[in-house]
Design a protein around this ligand. Structure first.
Ligand code: HMG
Ligand code: MG
Length: 298
């Protein structure tokens, strides 16, 4: 059976833009977030409070967040450590996300830490965030394959997911950072997580479309009972520390499928497509989303 409603966790303004080489003006980012919210997305990840040298594109987090924080939507921000949490709290963020890795290679590349050192960095951050009344999401990257290590064993993913859950992350987003997952693998991982005591209700999925599998994988997750799906408007994105990663699942492609299945999202596809078309103009290249292209040529 399929859920009646899916919550889309929109990552375009963060995951989508973080990899862009040329700086996108802060005002354009704010307009992007505002238009995404106006299109009916109720969760719009806004930016990251990470080290500005690691992700220069999001170095304007302090300028951007105040421009969007009064929008009537959830606006999670990424923070890697207590320094990031302090910056987010100072601006009134109400929701954060920490981001772990299932593999040692990516933990090193993305956080300059081993997997366990990264968890140790997050633990006090998550505790303090919860004490401050914030919602906390835990991302887990490289849940299916890793560019350096190849296929990632399910037990490895289960171990780190459980650590994030026990730390207090209320939502766990399983990332297929390089887009190599296939539906059977998704089903197997979700089943293993349930057997390890992680309920499906706390799981979100985060697919990339490198091999064209993102929607098939999403459908497998929905059939398993997942109701939170990450997507990026226009299919923007990649990952600065994983070269083979292409765009995220495009929000428009997801909404097209969910609309067809009669699953509610609250998203106005026309408004969203117009927003991605506008953003593509700002970036100077067409959206890779099939749905954006199809609807734009009507
Ligand atoms: P480090 O170099 O090991 O940092 O980086 P450190 O802890 O040794 O600190 C060094 C200096 O950085 C210090 O300054 C700190 O204050 C400063 P100094 O005392 O030398 O003057 N610093 C900071 N400044 C501002 N904000 C901060 C901060 N933290 C330390 N938050 C660190 C470690 C974690 C900071 C770094 O590796 C980092 O920022 N990494 C973030 C990388 C990133 O954002 N990656 C993309 C997001 S993950 C992703 O996209 C995957 C996902 O989409 C899911 C999927 O698809 O898989 C989520
Ligand atoms: Mg991603």
């Amino acid at each position: 059976s399929l859920p009646a409603r899916v919550r889309i966790h929109e990552v375009g303004a963060r995951d989508g833009l973080q990899n862009e080489k040329t700086a996108v003006p802060t005002a354009v980012k704010a307009e992007f977030v505002r238009r995404l919210a106006a299109a009916g997305l109720d969760t719009v990840e806004a930016t990251s409070f990470v080290h500005p040298k690691w992700v220069p594109q999001l170095a304007d987090a302090e300028e951007l967040f105040p421009l969007v924080r009064d929008l009537p939507v959830r606006l999670p921000v990424l923070v890697p450590n207590e320094r990031g949490l302090d910056r987010a709290l100072a601006l009134g963020a109400r929701e954060i996300a920490v981001f772990a890795s299932a593999t040692e290679s990516f933990a090193k590349a993305n956080l300059n830490r081993t997997v366990d050192e990264a968890l140790a960095l997050f633990a006090p951050t998550v505790t303090r965030a919860i004490e401050a009344g914030l919602k906390v999401r835990g991302y887990l990257s490289m849940c299916f394959g890793d560019p350096w290590e190849g296929a990632v064993p399910i037990e490895q993913v289960v171990r780190v997911t459980k650590a994030l859950a026990e730390m207090g992350c209320d939502e766990l987003s399983l990332g297929d950072t390089i887009g190599v997952a296939t539906p059977g693998h998704v089903q197997a991982l979700l089943t293993a997580l349930n057997e390890a005591g992680v309920p499906t209700s706390r799981i979100a999925v985060h697919f990339h479309d490198t091999y064209g599998q993102a929607l098939s994988n999403t459908l497998a997750a929905l059939r398993h009972g997942v109701t939170t799906v990450d997507a990026s408007a226009g299919g923007l994105g990649g990952c600065p520390y994983a070269k083979s990663a292409t765009g995220n699942l495009a929000t428009e492609d997801l909404v097209w499928m969910l609309d067809g299945l009669g699953i509610e999202t609250g998203v106005d596809l026309a408004a969203l497509t117009a927003t991605s078309g506008w953003m593509a103009e700002q970036l100077g290249r067409p959206s890779p989303s099939r749905t954006v292209r199809a609807l734009s040529h009507k």
